[in-house]
Each structure stands twice: as C-alpha cells, then as structure tokens.
Design a protein around this ligand. Structure first.
Ligand SMILES: NC(=O)c1ccc[n+]([C@@H]2O[C@H](COP(=O)([O-])OP(=O)(O)OC[C@H]3O[C@@H](n4cnc5c(N)ncnc54)[C@H](O)[C@@H]3O)[C@@H](O)[C@H]2O)c1
Ligand SMILES: N[C@@H](CCO)C(=O)O
Ligand code: NA
Length: 438
C-alpha cells in the first residue's frame, strides 16, 4: 500500500526523538498503520546530536516542507507562537495534515487553526502538547466521553516538578536544578514559561476545553509559577503533612469554570503528592467513572516522540477512511456555537484553603493583629506555627486557613502586608484536598 509521507520541521529534542522513534520502530508502526510511514523531508536549522539524517532530503526552510507536494503530514516541532502558526496554517492551506507538540500554539491559536483544518478537511493532532508521552488528550476526548467531568488536576510541567522534587529531596538551589532540567532537554526555549506557570496554563487551557466543551481561552487562565517557593515553604509544608506541587486545576462549579495554575499544598497521601521528577500525572474525576489517574514522563525526547508518533499513526489510519476526522478537536461538536457556557470564573471568585507564610517583627501583639485581620475578613485559622528561631529580628509565622474566597484572602493579605511589623510580601500557597473518593 502507498506509504504515508511525513515532513518533520525542527530537529531539536522532540524532532530528533521523533525521527529516531519513527525510524527504529518503522516495522511495528507500519503494521499498526496498515502501510509504511516514511520520512520524506526534514526542515531544520540544527540537528540534535542523537539524530543521524543521512540519506534524508533536508532543507533549512520549513515552509518548503509545508509546500512539498510529496509530503502528506507536516510535523511541527519548531516551537513558539508566530512562525509555528504561519507554518501550520500554510501546511493546512496546502491540504496537509498536521501533528504538533506545541501547546503554546494550540492554546493561543488553536481555535483559528482548527477552523482552518475543518475548512480544508485535514487533521491537526496534538497529543504531545499536553503532558508529553501520557495519552491524556485521547483519554479525555475519547476514553471519558461518557462522563460529566467534575475536575481535572494535574502536574503538567515536567521541568517545574523536577525542580520542586530535587529542591525537596536534596535541598538544592532552584537555579541549579533548573540548569540541569535544561541540559536534559525538558525546559522550554524560554524557561520562564516553565517556572512561571505559562507552559502549564497552556496545557490546562487545552485540557479544560476538551473536558468541558468550551473554546480555548488561555487569556482567562490564572497563572502563577514556582519561582517564589522557598526551601522554608517546602519544609513547613512537610511539617504540616503536605507536599507542594505545581498544579493546573480545572473545576466545574455552580458559578462557572475554575481555570487556574499555581503552587498547591496537597496532603502527602494523595497520588499526585507522590509524582516526582520529570513525571507528570493528571487526575480526572468523572461522574460515572469516579477518580482516574494518568501518569508518565511529561517531557524528554523519546517520551514526547511517543505521543507525536502515535498521532502520526492516527493520521495515517484516518487517511484510509473516506470521511473527515471523526473526533472533534475539543471533543464537543460545534466549536464557536453555544460553546461559551460554562463561563470561566474570575480568580477572586474561587474558594480554597490557604497556607500563609509571613515574616514578622518579634514583638507582642503582632500575631493577634494578624488573627484579627483574618477574622475581620471572615477567614478562620486551622493551624498556626510560630517558629522560635529568629531570623535577625524577624520571625516566620506559618498559618493554615479554612476554605475562603480568594477575594477575601486578597483583602486580608493587603491589610497584613501594610502592617508596620510585617516585612515584605506574604507568601500564599493554595491548599487542595484532591478527594480521590473511595
Ligand atoms: N522538550 C520536551 O520535552 C517537549 C515536550 C513536549 C512538547 N514540547 C514542545 O515541542 C516543541 C519543540 O521543543 P524542543 O524541546 O524539541 O525544542 P528544541 O529547541 O530542542 O528544538 C526546536 C528546534 O527547532 C528548530 N527551529 C526553530 N525555528 C525554526 C525554523 N524557523 N526553521 C527551522 N528550524 C527551526 C531549532 O533550531 C531547534 O533545533 C515545542 O513546541 C515544545 O513546547 C517539548
Ligand atoms: N517544558 C515542558 C515540556 C513538556 O511539555 C515541561 O517541562 O513540561
Ligand atoms: Na500527551
């Protein structure tokens, strides 16, 4: 049978991994696809050292690949927003199917790209964009299609989890572990995307749209990273029976959809609390199935290539059929029509419990004043630790609160920070119990 011809654009970490997996497993993949899948051309500026493209047609102009009449599927692995968008739209315009690992592209330009693909009758596949090798797009879009999704909570940035894990286990400095994650090929080209939560917000945006049938709305996701978490926070959370994880949370409530990415205290016995290093995991609560968990490598060359190649395989299988792609991109039909409910909630309207760390001048009455501010804002304290060791004149105070509205907490924190006896900003980490059911 006629082979499916692939053009790979970008031969960095994921492009190199994709090239190698497609080549190494060609025989099994061909049996699964019912026809060979061949690399027709590559477009690259540099080649990953693990990748040998001898004998393959190559160009430095990725748009040449998108225009090549002998290419059936473009694999976009250059990353970024702008050139990637132009490349993918050009490929679609030329009637080519697209496979991408680019979550920034899908979260920000996905609505436009899906519309263009729909008009041209081609497929855009993006399993590798969320949680690398974990087939979570497929699970949410197809496997859980019977369910009303209650919530999705995931560790969805491998670099961030790698940093938090090594800071906690080895007491290493943030910058040192970040440099290691970069050397291992886990981090984004601009690592602030990882450490400031932008990458996780891209992925959460995509999962939420698929889980709830709403258009991609990256600009409405609340985004907070891990760069301000200190070793002190990690230790205090541990003393209190929690682990700090960077979570993406999408939750259906009576008032709309919560869509938020931030460091979170979670009880030590939760499954997500035990996901370490570059591993990702996404917990999904469905009304029929109950709690489910998807776990695996969230970044790295071959784990990500595993998802890219599976998408190429899906496309190859679909090319055999006469009809258009049978699964809507965001799982629900009718993108753009009646798709705006439920609405995504402003962050101030969400309700959660909090861990607070403040530095106070070691003087009587300070703690009482903090407690009064919290109580005046309707916030009750669940636990309190005042450390005996002083840091110069300053004493850290750690507080855990009961559940309260974010708006009330913002007001209370503003008041506390304006106290003369409080130094600097209050550290606030949200707490989620992540009830996994029976
Ligand atoms: N690294 C991971 O673990 C991982 C996991 C999942 C998804 N992703 C996503 O995969 C994509 C690629 O990531 P990566 O880690 O492989 O990045 P990378 O920097 O290792 O590779 C990107 C490659 O694309 C090339 N490139 C960029 N612009 C180009 C252009 N205009 N023409 C030709 N070549 C160009 C670069 O030279 C580089 O070799 C990104 O969208 C990233 O978010 C990465
Ligand atoms: N930089 C990303 C790559 C995987 O999407 C991460 O660390 O999770
Ligand atoms: Na995935």
């Amino acid at each position: 049978m006629k082979p499916v011809r692939v053009g790979i654009c970008g031969l960095g970490t994921v492009g190199g991994g994709t090239f190698n997996v497609l080549t190494r497993n060609a025989e099994d993949i061909a049996r699964r696809a019912g026809r060979p899948i061949v690399i027709e051309q590559v477009g690259h500026r540099s080649i990953h050292p693990d990748c040998d493209i001898t004998g393959i047609k190559a160009t430095s102009d990725v748009f040449e690949v998108a225009a090549n009449p002998d290419v059936d599927v473009i694999v976009e692995l250059i990353g970024g927003y702008d050139t990637a968008r132009e490349l993918v739209l050009a490929a679609i315009e030329n009637g080519k199917h697209v496979v991408t690992a680019n979550k920034a592209l899908i979260a920000v330009h996905g609505n436009e790209i899906f519309q263009a693909a729909h008009e041209k009758g081609v497929i855009v596949a993006f399993e590798a964009a969320v949680a690398g090798g974990i087939p979570v797009i497929k699970a949410l879009r197809e496997g859980l299609g019977a369910n009303r999704i209650e919530w999705v909570a995931g560790i969805i940035n491998g670099t961030g989890n790698y940093i938090l894990t090594h800071m906690r286990d080895e007491g290493r400095a943030f910058e040192d572990v970040l440099a290691e994650a970069q050397a291992l090929g886990y981090a984004e080209a601009d690592p602030t995307f990882d450490v400031e939560g932008i990458d996780a917000a891209h992925k959460l945006t995509i999962m939420a749209s698929i889980a709830y049938g709403v258009p991609l709305q990256f600009d409405k996701a609340y985004t907070e990273g891990i760069s301000r978490i200190t070793g002190e926070d990690v230790d205090q959370a541990d003393n209190l029976g929690y682990v700090i994880k960077h979570l993406g949370i999408a939750k259906r409530t009576e008032n709309g959809l919560e869509l938020r990415v931030h460091p979170t205290l979670i009880p030590k016995d939760r499954l997500l609390a035990n996901v370490h290093g570059v591993k990702n995991a996404i917990a999904v609560m469905g009304d029929a199935v109950g709690p489910t968990l998807y776990y695996g490598a969230g970044a790295g060359a071959e784990p990500t290539a595993s998802a890219v190649v599976a998408d190429i395989l899906d496309v190859a299988r679909d090319i055999n059929t006469a009809h258009h792609y049978r699964v809507p991109y965001l799982a629900f039909s009718g993108v753009g029509e009646d798709m705006n409910a439920p609405a995504i909630m402003p962050m101030e309207d969400i309700t959660t419990a909090y861990y607070l760390r403040l530095l106070a001048v070691d003087r009587p009455g300070v703690l009482a004043r903090v407690a009064t501010i919290l109580s005046d804002n309707g916030i009750s304290i669940e636990a309190l630790i005042q450390k005996e060791i002083t840091e110069g004149e300053l004493v850290p105070i750690i507080l855990m609160t009961h559940r309260t509205k974010e708006r009330q907490m913002n007001d209370a924190i503003r008041e506390i920070e304006s106290m003369a006896d409080i130094a600097g900003a209050v550290t606030r980490i949200r707490v989620e119990s992540l009830d996994e059911g029976e």
